[in-house]
Design a protein around this ligand. Sequence first.
Ligand code: NAG
Ligand code: NAG
Ligand code: NAG
Ligand code: NAG
Ligand code: NAG
Length: 249
Amino acid sequence: MVMMKQHLFILSFLLLSFLRCPQTLAQAPALAPALAPAPPGPTNVTKILEKAGQFTLFIRLLKATAVANQLLGQLNNTNNGMTIFAPTDNAFSSLKSGTLNSLSDEQKVELVQFHIIPTYLSSTQFQTISNPLRTQAGDSADGKFPLNVTTSGNSVNITTGLTNTSVSGTIYTDGQLAVYQVDKVLQPLQIFDPRPPAPAPAPAKSKKKAAVADSPDDTPADNSKAVSTLTMQNVVFWGVSAIVLALSL
Ligand SMILES: *[C@@H]1O[C@H](CO)[C@@H](O)[C@H](O)[C@H]1NC(C)=O
Ligand SMILES: *[C@@H]1O[C@H](CO)[C@@H](O)[C@H](O)[C@H]1NC(C)=O
Ligand SMILES: *[C@@H]1O[C@H](CO)[C@@H](O)[C@H](O)[C@H]1NC(C)=O
Ligand SMILES: *[C@@H]1O[C@H](CO)[C@@H](O)[C@H](O)[C@H]1NC(C)=O
Ligand SMILES: *[C@@H]1O[C@H](CO)[C@@H](O)[C@H](O)[C@H]1NC(C)=O
């Protein structure tokens, strides 16, 4: 163990000296331009969002739905790039409470995928884009997941038919991946289409009634127990009396 630590120490010392060597430093600028176009490994969206802060809920959803891992693979394997509209923590907390919990696992995946466009879109490309956009959640042609983007001046407006918002910042862009901040969760019609409220749960009511009806039964039950105890006491009393009587005779 000590030997290994020593080796590690010597190794890091050598590495440090090597890195600090002026010759290496002199070479670095010449190498940099050639290396720059090839980023090391697929871009890690989670890392980008973590660094930006205020996206903890979106990150949690990306992880819980396994879309984060999907993205790693897709970003490593795409020619078209990718665009992500990332809702802030405030965007999630301004949803009606219980909104996320009411979704099925499949709907959660769709909701996350609805925020992802399988094409890299620079801010200038928004001006010439044709609506509706195709998202990862599905083909917008069937009208289930429409997402429209329009620009006016510097503002990029987004509408889903339920949510109107605009891009409020650029978090990351590298010509392959673009991550934009949005201050509202983009709610797709397919999931959040307003429907008549569900009727009040009837089973809960009848259960309560049954519980109330049960309680009067408790008293007779207790009484009968008391009665039987009394009877037993009588039996013992008369039994003992009989023995005492027999002995005294
Ligand atoms: C991506 O970044 C996150 C946060 O920094 C990290 O937890 C995760 O392991 C990274 N994933 C990969 C595949 O590097
Ligand atoms: C990225 O893609 C290349 C080629 O398609 C593959 O060999 C490599 O394993 C992939 N890397 C990751 C981290 O998925
Ligand atoms: C974009 O949204 C802003 C408000 O966020 C609004 O004032 C403007 O009219 C919208 N533009 C378009 C083209 O919808
Ligand atoms: C989106 O754009 C398409 C094509 O312009 C249009 O038919 C549709 O009504 C728009 N949907 C919304 C929600 O704005
Ligand atoms: C979104 O904006 C359109 C017009 O741009 C408007 O008709 C619609 O009512 C707005 N929807 C919401 C939910 O604000």
